[in-house]
Design a protein around this ligand. Structure first.
Ligand code: HEM
Length: 551
């Protein structure tokens, strides 16, 4: 019954677009009841019988790097190919592809903020916001990260004293919320130390944004939904609360405005307010009456918080569930670089190469978000990539596209032993002459200013922060923030995973969360404990794969 019903509704993948020969209807593998629940709830995850990106991974194995996925009347072109991703993200103009349904979903929360913004607004806003992320600001931020991570360390101390388990995913969410609040509007959420109605409102808004992004019925647009629909009534209240705080903060910044040029602002001593809001409010030419300033700040609050928390969560998971030699190696690096300091400075972070590899490896296995969403605003032809389809693939105007970063990051065509959490891989080149037009991964392409292997070094098989003009604006910020936080906690504590790694599970919305929390026991380390000897574990990893580490 389910199969017939689904085939009738057209649920499942069909191969490619016009240029691809066969049309295949794949049977739906969830239960009939989960299907009905999914339809009623408008929820793609329930309909897909689990996280959508896992369904896309299964179809990738069956159908290859490009296929068309239909949910009733809706259909998406699913791409898992670096050459095509490079074309869409880097080579096409920002006017060619927009955020499509992602913008429709996020608009009620982020307005015209940078993530959902249409190409015209985006161009103006990106130019306005980028200067705020200047080098000196990032230097200042390292101090702020240390202040917030200090609170986390104090919190872990109390758990260590009680030998009581705690959920590290929750802790990482709190510390990254505190950091983004201070960095973006100089507002202290204080979420590591207390629960407040505002913090709860932020989390509920995030959950609602995630639910919307995995929904194929825009239930929030139903007539008067905000008046009668359970979650929507609350959502409106929460948004009201956040908006009124933001308005107060913006008004305060406007009242104390000291206009200056970008160059003057970059050199200025920020005193006790290093926030982006202060920078933008003082920037000559910035229109402070416009709603886009509010939209951009709200966007950064949402975009810069759980993404970094997820990177930290999956790094700690990888380190504590993998080869113990790896954890020792990372701890040894941190302790050697930090010496007797309780927090690292910028130069220390630059030296912590292995730690940064451990963090970026988590984004390979758990990309945040696991799909990038685009809509073609005009007709296009995608180049041939790993698909091997000759003649290119025509994309019609209006086509909704999912670029599956999950599939790209885990494909055996582009990565050696792809399912393994292995931070050492970033120091070894990888090529596959079988893939037309893909240059492979080359660590030597990394410039000295880059804190992490990226889309350039991997020729678009690795997109941890997206790529092209709409690449993440907070990539360096996030890498520094995560390196400070991770190094400060690993410098002081040992972490033991409670239960089996399989029990951690996965669920997703905009980012990939654990299903059951990242439950850990923390044990304090004494300052006099010796730095672990690693027996050159890291080097052995290269040698055992036939690489001469001396070049
Ligand atoms: C865009 C990931 C941290 C602000 C993006 C995109 C990705 C991403 C993949 C591209 C989306 C697309 O192409 O559709 C991440 C990850 C982070 C992180 C994995 C942490 C580990 C941050 C932080 C901020 C931030 C800390 C702000 C302080 C933004 C903004 C955009 C963006 C404003 C939109 C850029 C534009 O369209 O011009 N991020 N991000 N992100 N991110 Fe991040």
């Amino acid at each position: 019954v389910t199969k017939n019903l689904l085939n009738g509704l057209g649920f499942g993948p069909t191969l490619g677009m016009a240029a691809v020969p066969d049309a295949v209807i794949q049977k739906y593998e969830g239960s009939f009841f989960s299907f009905i629940k999914g339809v009623l709830g408008g929820d793609l995850q329930t309909l897909a019988g689990g996280p959508l990106f896992l369904l896309l991974a299964k179809y990738y194995k069956d159908y290859g790097p490009i296929f068309n996925l239909s949910f009733g009347p809706k259909s998406f072109l699913v791409i898992s190919d670096p050459v095509m991703a490079r074309h869409i993200l880097r080579d096409s103009s920002p006017e060619h592809y927009c955020k499509g349904m992602l913008a429709e979903i996020l608009e009620p929360i982020m307005g015209d903020g940078l993530i959902p913004a249409d190409p015209k607004i985006w161009k103006v806003r990106r130019r306005a916001v980028v200067p705020g992320f200047h080098k000196k600001w990032l230097y200042n931020m390292v101090n702020l990260f240390g202040d917030c991570a200090d609170r986390l360390v104090a919190d872990l101390d109390t758990y260590a004293a009680k030998n009581q388990k705690l959920d590290m995913e929750e802790r990482f969410c709190s510390v990254t919320l505190d950091i983004i609040g201070k960095a973006v509007f100089n507002y202290d959420f204080g979420s590591v130390t207390k629960e407040s109605p505002i913090v709860k409102a932020v989390y509920r808004v995030l959950r609602e944004a995630e639910h919307r992004s995995s929904s194929f019925i825009p239930y929030w647009n139903l007539p008067y939904a905000e008046k009668w629909m359970g979650g929507q009534v609350e959502f409106r209240k929460d948004m009201g609360m956040l908006d009124s705080i933001l308005t107060k903060l913006i008004n305060r910044a406007v009242e104390t405005r000291r206009e200056a040029s970008v160059e003057e602002l970059e050199d200025r001593d920020v005193g006790d307010d290093p926030s982006l809001l202060r920078f933008l409010a003082d920037m000559r030419g910035e229109d402070l009456t416009s709603k886009v300033l509010r939209d951009d700040l709200m966007t950064m609050l949402i975009a810069g918080h759980e993404t970094t928390a997820a990177m930290l969560t999956w790094t700690l998971f990888g380190l504590s569930s993998g080869d113990p030699g790896l954890m020792k190696e990372i701890t040894a690096e941190i302790r050697t670089v930090m010496g007797n300091k309780s927090r690292p400075d910028y130069d220390d972070l630059v030296q912590m190469k292995k730690t940064r590899c451990a963090l970026i490896e988590a984004l390979r296995l758990y990309p945040e978000p696991p799909v990038l969403i685009r809509r073609a605003r005009m007709e296009d032809t995608l180049p041939v990539g790993g698909s091997g389809i000759s003649g290119g693939i025509k994309v019609l105007r209006g086509t909704d596209i999912f670029i599956s970063t999950w599939n790209l990051h885990r494909a055996p065509e582009y990565w050696e032993n792809p399912e393994k959490y292995d931070p050492t891989r970033w120091e070894r080149p990888f090529k596959n002459p079988g893939i037309k037009g893909w240059e492979g991964y080359d660590p030597n392409k990394m410039s000295e200013f880059n804190l992490y292997p990226n889309e350039i070094t991997s020729d678009y098989a690795f997109l941890p922060f997206g790529a092209g003009k709409r690449k993440c604006i907070g990539d360096q910020f996030a890498m520094l923030e995560a390196t400070v936080t991770l190094s400060m906690i690993l410098n002081k504590f040992d972490f033991t995973l409670v239960g089996k790694p399989e029990d951690v599970g996965m669920k997703t919305g905009a980012t990939i969360h654990t299903m059951n929390g990242l439950n850990m026991i923390v044990t304090p380390r004494s300052d006099t404990d010796p730095i672990p000897t690693t027996n050159d574990w890291w080097v052995q990893q290269h040698l055992s794969r036939g690489f001469n580490v001396n070049g």
